[in-house]
Design a protein around this ligand. Structure first.
Ligand SMILES: *Cc1c(COP(=O)(O)O)cnc(C)c1O
Length: 343
């Protein structure tokens, strides 16, 4: 069996999770009749100290529903240049919501509040695009699983309040940030007007995200979710997987983090990957010091049974997850190290 470290989305539901799915009480969620969905939305909202939650099939949809609730057509969202919202949602904010996006650039995706605040231009009148919201990604995926500093988040909130701007958290991997930093989920929740979280990344559910905000915003997002064609019926089957993931798969993320750190340390070359920068479950490898492309590295690894992602010409990514254990860890390290040897 190949070892698949392309992403933490590749996990398959365990037997126990499948059991939870099979026995879930369900109803028609478009009529708000599905008890498993309702309890999941409420549960996750409570975890983050928010009034309400909305179950969505994807994190992209959760992000987009929340962003459109903050930013009107013709207004601007600020986000980091390598963020998922900017690079991996295929222009959705522009296509569906008429939102323009402007970016700041951050080393390893790490938030520096003033970088975002400096480019904000609220209430720009008839001359320039007005900024209305800022998005933060935590952990930062393409930054290499970077955990954002709570001090910088607090500084961003303070500055945003002074400028009258809203804040959105793309918390696809907020669980990893929480486990790595020890910061309570509700503490993260305090700083943001809207949040999206994924159940299908490190938590191992087959599908599902939750959008979180005030009752009023979530009620509006429910209408837009249906308009987008994502009103789902007996979807408690999937919400049950989410409940199972919250019950069993949060604290164990520390194992994914330990294994990711072990891979980075084993590479033993800080020019390729600095273990100190591996905060969570993502290992970004910068190949600019080697005569080897990311695609070549991925091919070499694949030939030996290790699947990794080539995300840029010289940037490769490995992500540890629920279906990756210590036995596979030693194999993965051996394969990766030999693939990095350039003769
Ligand atoms: C995976 C991910 C999402 C959501 O992705 P979907 O594939 O739409 O569920 C959002 N933000 C980040 C940072 C992600 O890694």
């Amino acid at each position: 069996m190949a070892i698949d470290l392309r992403s933490d989305t590749v996990t398959r539901p365990s037997e126990a999770m499948r059991q939870a799915i099979a026995t879930a009480p369900v109803g028609d969620d478009v009529y708000a009749d599905d008890p498993t969905v309702n309890s999941l939305e409420e549960r996750v909202a409570n975890l983050f100290g928010k009034e309400a939650g909305l179950f969505t099939p994807t994190g992209s949809l959760a992000n987009q529903l929340m962003i459109r609730s903050l930013v009107s057509p013709g207004e601007e969202l600020l986000a980091e240049g390598n963020s998922h919202i900017v690079r991996a949602e295929l222009g959705a904010a522009a296509v569906f919501s008429g939102i323009t996006t402007r970016t700041w650039q951050a080393t390893n995706g790490a938030l520096i509040a003033k970088d975002a605040l400096e480019i904000a231009r609220p209430e720009s009148g008839p001359y320039l695009v007005s900024t209305t919201a800022i998005a933060v990604e935590n952990t930062h995926n393409f930054g290499g699983g970077t955990v954002q500093s709570l001090d910088e988040i607090a500084a961003l909130r303070k500055g945003a309040d002074e400028l009258g701007l809203a804040l959105h958290l793309d918390g696809a991997r907020i669980w990893n940030a929480h486990v790595a930093s020890g910061v309570p989920l509700a503490e993260y929740g305090k700083y943001f007007d809207t949040i999206s979280v994924c159940l299908s990344k490190g938590l191992g559910a087959p599908i599902g995200s939750i959008a979180l905000s005030t009752k009023e915003r979530v009620a509006k997002a429910r209408v837009w979710r249906k308009r987008y064609g994502a009103g789902m019926r007996q979807v408690g089957l999937l919400a049950a997987a989410g409940h199972f993931a919250l019950d069993h798969n949060i604290e164990r993320l520390s194992e994914d983090h330990r294994r990711a750190k072990a891979i980075a340390q084993a590479v033993g070359n800080t020019a390729l990957v600095d273990p100190q920068l591996v905060d969570t479950n993502i290992i970004g490898i910068d190949l600019s010091s080697l005569p080897l492309s990311a695609a070549d590295l991925a091919t070499r690894c694949k030939e030996k049974g290790l699947w990794i992602s080539a995300l840029g010409p010289k940037y490769a990514r490995l992500v540890t997850h629920l279906d990756f254990d210590d036995a596979q860890l030693s194999d993965a390290i051996e394969i990766l190290k030999s693939a990095l040897v350039v003769k």
